[in-house]
Design a protein around this ligand. Sequence first.
Ligand SMILES: *Cc1c(COP(=O)(O)O)cnc(C)c1O
Length: 372
Amino acid sequence: MSEKIWLSSPHMGGNEQQYVQQAFDTNWVAPLGPHVNGFEADIQQYLGGGVEVAAVSAGTAALHLALILSGVEVGDEVICQSLTFSASANPITYQGAIPIFVDSEADTWNLCPQALETAIKDRIAKGKKPKAIIGVHLYGMPYKVEEIHQVAERYDIPVIEDAAEALGSSYKGRYCGTLGSMAILSFNGNKIITTSGGGALVCKTETQKQKAVFLATQARDQAPHYQHSHIGYNYRMSNICAGIGRGQMEVLNDRVAQRRAMHDFYVELFKDNERICVFSEPNKDYFCNHWLTAVLTDSYETREKIRLELETKNIESRPIWKPMHLQPVFKDAPYYGGKVAEDIFNRGLCLPSGSNLTDSDRERIREGLVVD
Ligand SMILES: *Cc1c(COP(=O)(O)O)cnc(C)c1O
């Protein structure tokens, strides 16, 4: 059997070990240290636009902190895109709040502005204005930024960007992660760059960042002894992981170019195939990092045929995220919209998209993808 071709695997740049070695040499083997500060500065500089960055242990932790900073409390309602990874919604429940799921639109596969407005109006009519909206840039594709933000502003509700999959993507030249009231990034092992595990909260002010770091380090008041007036979390990123992150930031633009080249490869491969549509930017305002290249097939059966055929050739592919409103764990949560997300889930497939795939991998993928 030939070696497995993965959907997305870690791809080191070369300098990561040097940064990690430095951490060992100076004994900064701790959940803070110079690499954590350096990594935050690297991300801040990359994103531009006057943001502040707090590096934490996971994207999920960053989203939890973003909800706390947005004032989400027990019994509050938070709107969340249904078509996403469960980590977009789970932190809502960590706060004892209620997720309200909303359908996608077909252009970006992200929040549908009309369904979003219907949801907001109905929740207000039922007695509660949602505290926040979580918009996801799925597979690196920016959501309909202007439409979504217009709706959110009309009702004065903050938008938290789940940019876990979208580092390096932009809308009208502005990076995902800088567009909402706050944003989160993920450096999990399968993301466009990785710290082996990690995430970041992107916020707007130094005060917000300080509050996030305070909560992420067990909420210790200023005192010689351990004194607490808030419930804290152990969410800070370690100096070792941040060292890996510093090396990865040096190659982020290369990784974006390589992922986009994989997308081009599939566009070319399927250009004459009427049964398969490669998920692509709706227009030039959108710049997608193409973290994963996804395709929409003409039916569930075609999708499954391709997936199972690839599996026999030891090539990984995966259905689109199963919408949250269809997940057993969220079966009681309110949902607004139609069947766009469900249809994308039924017919969509993610294909191997790693920045480290070789010409011979691409040849195997080409041969494995016989669609007739
Ligand atoms: C990966 C991911 C997360 C969570 O990030 P972790 O670092 O794995 O906790 C959140 N949302 C989306 C859409 C993701 O893909």
